[in-house]
Design a binder for this molecule. Structure first.
Ligand code: ZN
Length: 678
């Protein structure tokens, strides 16, 4: 994390798509074919992994985050700016308002799963303070209101003067718009939404072509404005989001202002700023069908996924700029992989899916969700990682809080929104994108369908779904077949399985054969569905050995272990001498998986053998005898104290890329269909 003054700060933002109801305006060309989210409020997750995380976020993380905001003066700043109390700006940074907004957003989502009158009343109080802190014309930025113009090198002699550098004025209120939309959707109250609208109307008065033509130094308001547009239906907010993207250029690579956004083809600079911007671009591309945006965002996605993505889904390799490094520069111990950047990567890939309807975006999303994002918070919900490295000599430890608190406040709002990523729909299509135990009630073409999933995912690839429409209904079910089950460790050519798996994926519908055609990574099943129809999908999930592209020097002649979407790591505490950095692995050694209900709240582990090594005084290496090797899921490392950890295991012999995988076989007994699912 960055706490030095001369470094630009990473802040973050996020959002989770909640209901995007009624896209009724001139921007949407064909609502019937547009993929729409199925809001998390329609999906009740009951599994052993996410349901406890969502509960802990409500019971532990959100109260801690509000407690820290009280303790550090972040909340008092609003009271002082609103004239209720006297004093100076209390906390560290002019962007600290954003943390309070993000926690309110998370609490609003959480209220929908866990109704809590005490929490709702607390939010009402906070919103009252925020309203008082808002100046008469809609401006809200407690630092300037309390301390005055020019009181901090970042904020400038007047409003908006340093918005393109470090003032974070637009960044803060972008988070406020997201929070206000969430609060409105959770409570139906307009209190916070009206504050946000008043603010956005001021921004619209001051910024635009022929007005202030400046861009935000930290992107985020673009996402917030799109959400405001979706909830109000007022196209001026979408126009303003597009303006803040189109006006970029002539500035720094650090915040992606070096070129016009439609001229950008590679990912550069600060990773969270970048991924928020790409998220905003994908939103605008989806809503306007602007081909310049679509072309640019497709190229940037390719650059990230083929050259700059960690196996854990983390992005932003280097700590100096908290951002993207050169292609294939993916160091493990010094990997930055900020938690916020993982969250932003999920936002971005989600919108890429909404734009293109292809499951490869979900492959990246799922990999990030289950690995580089989830590692950001401890199983107890009260300790946080800012960077998420892939190797440690024991120096890494989750912290209670950070001076720059972007990551924990981002987790507060992300975790409760996870159920919203399970399904999506068009007028007559239902997409199943993630597999986890849940019951959902989904509106399709005015009819309600109840869907349940039963599965041990991510530990096992068997999923049983029950489809229950009110009345028999014709629609198309699109089941995602993850890339990991198709001999693809991650989309692109950055990571490959060492060996191909030729086990079949099996699909059964009420035990009967029925034609379907694979498309864009989905099994497309069109039929008249009736009450109690059962769909069984069985994706073999063996332990897989992964190698990286030969240009990734940090991973050369190393192997990582993946099973389903989960990446595994060796942690010192599980090995006989508490060390892992001295281990080497014979790539031909067999690995077995095993479920341990008592370990780390219930996880699968991988068991095998490795050799330990010793260095001699003359610099040689002595290989010792085999010893047992135990691997745990990467997202739960560092929950048992600090110790050595390693994702990429050095091997005893060279490993290289295997032959290309044959097309996967999907069978639907008793018939069998072969085809490419891409
Ligand atoms: Zn962060």
């Amino acid at each position: 994390m960055k706490t030095t003054n001369n470094l630009l700060f990473s802040l973050i933002g996020i959002l989770s798509m909640i209901s995007l109801s009624g896209c009724k305006n001139q921007f949407v060309s064909d609502v019937n074919n547009t993929i729409q989210p199925v809001p998390f409020t329609s999906v009740k997750v009951t599994d052993d992994l996410w349901a406890p995380r969502i509960k802990r976020n409500h019971e532990v993380t959100i109260p801690i985050a509000f407690g820290q905001s009280e303790k550090t003066g972040r909340i008092r700043n609003f009271k002082i700016a609103g004239g209720l109390e006297e004093g100076k700006f209390q906390s560290n940074y002019p962007f600290d308002d954003s943390d309070v907004f993000k926690i309110i957003e998370g609490a609003s989502y959480s209220l929908q799963t866990f109704p809590d009158p005490g929490l709702e009343a607390y939010l009402d109080t906070l919103i009252y303070y925020i309203g008082l802190a808002q100046e008469d014309d809609g401006y809200i930025y407690t630092y300037r209101t309390i301390m005055g113009d020019d009181s901090h090198p970042w904020i400038g002699a007047k409003r908006w003067e340093k918005t393109h550098i470090l003032s974070h004025e637009l960044y803060n209120i972008g988070h406020m718009y997201e929070a206000a939309v969430a609060h409105h959707q959770a409570t139906s109250k307009r209190t916070f939404l009206d504050i946000a609208i008043k603010s956005a109307d001021l921004v619209n008065r001051d910024f635009g072509w022929g007005k202030i033509e400046s861009y935000p130094g930290h992107q985020e308001i673009e996402i917030g404005l799109v959400k405001l547009y979706r909830v109000t239906g007022n196209p001026k907010y979408l126009d303003l989001a597009k303006f803040f993207l189109d006006v970029r250029g002539g500035g720094e690579e650090y915040n992606q202002a070096h070129k016009q956004v439609t001229e950008q083809t590679i990912a550069v600079g600060h990773a969270v700023r970048a991924a928020y911007m790409y998220t905003g671009m994908a939103d605008v591309a989806t809503l306007t069908n602007d081909s310049g945006y679509v072309n640019a965002i497709d190229k940037i996605w390719q650059d990230v996924v083929y050259k700059k993505l960690y196996l854990t889904g983390g992005i932003g390799a280097t700590g100096g700029n908290e951002g993207f490094g050169e292609p294939y520069n993916l160091p493990n111990m010094s990997a930055y992989c900020e938690t916020c950047a993982s969250i932003a990567n999920v936002f971005w890939n989600y919108r890429m899916f909404l734009l293109h309807g292809s499951s490869k975006y979900y492959d990246v999303l799922e990999k990030t969700l289950y690995n580089g994002l989830l590692s950001g918070v401890s199983l107890t919900g009260d300790r946080f990682f800012y960077p998420n490295p892939l190797e440690s000599s024991g120096q890494h430890k989750r912290q209670e809080w950070f001076g720059c608190a972007c990551c924990p406040s981002n987790l507060c709002r992300f975790i409760p929104s996870v159920p919203g990523y399970v399904y999506a729909k068009t007028r007559n299509r239902l997409y199943v994108n993630l597999y986890m135990d849940n019951t959902a009630k989904i509106e399709l073409d005015g009819k309600t369908i109840e869907v349940t999933q039963q599965t041990k995912y991510p530990w096992n690839g068997k999923v049983e779904m029950t489809i229950t429409p009110d009345l028999p209904l014709n629609f198309t079910l699109c089941l995602r077949v993850p890339g990991w089950s198709q001999n693809e460790a991650v989309p692109g050519d950055l990571y490959h399985y060492l060996n191909n798996n030729e086990n079949e994926i099996i699909l059964k519908i009420n035990g009967k054969a029925k034609e379907y055609s694979p498309d864009k990574g989905y099994l497309i099943i069109s039929r008249k569905w009736k009450k109690g129809d059962i769909v069984e999908l069985d994706m073999p999930m063996p332990v897989r050995k992964v190698i990286a592209h030969k240009n990734v020097e940090a991973d050369r002649d190393k192997i990582a272990i993946q099973k389903g979407p989960i990446v595994f790591c060796a942690e010192g505490i599980d090995q006989k001498d508490n060390h892992v950095l001295n281990l080497v692995y014979d790539p031909e050694t067999n690995l077995e998986s095993e479920y341990r209900s008592e370990l780390l709240n219930g996880v699968q582990i991988i068991i095998g053998e490795a050799k330990s090594t010793k260095r001699t005084v003359d610099g040689g290496v002595i290989m010792e005898n085999n010893q047992p090797l135990t691997l745990i899921p990467y997202p739960v490392w560092a929950n048992r104290g600090s110790c050595e950890m390693m994702v990429w295991l050095p091997t005893t012999k060279e490993v290289s890329r295997p032959l290309p995988a044959p097309p996967i076989v999907v069978s639907q007994k008793p018939g069998k269909i072969t085809g490419s699912l891409n």
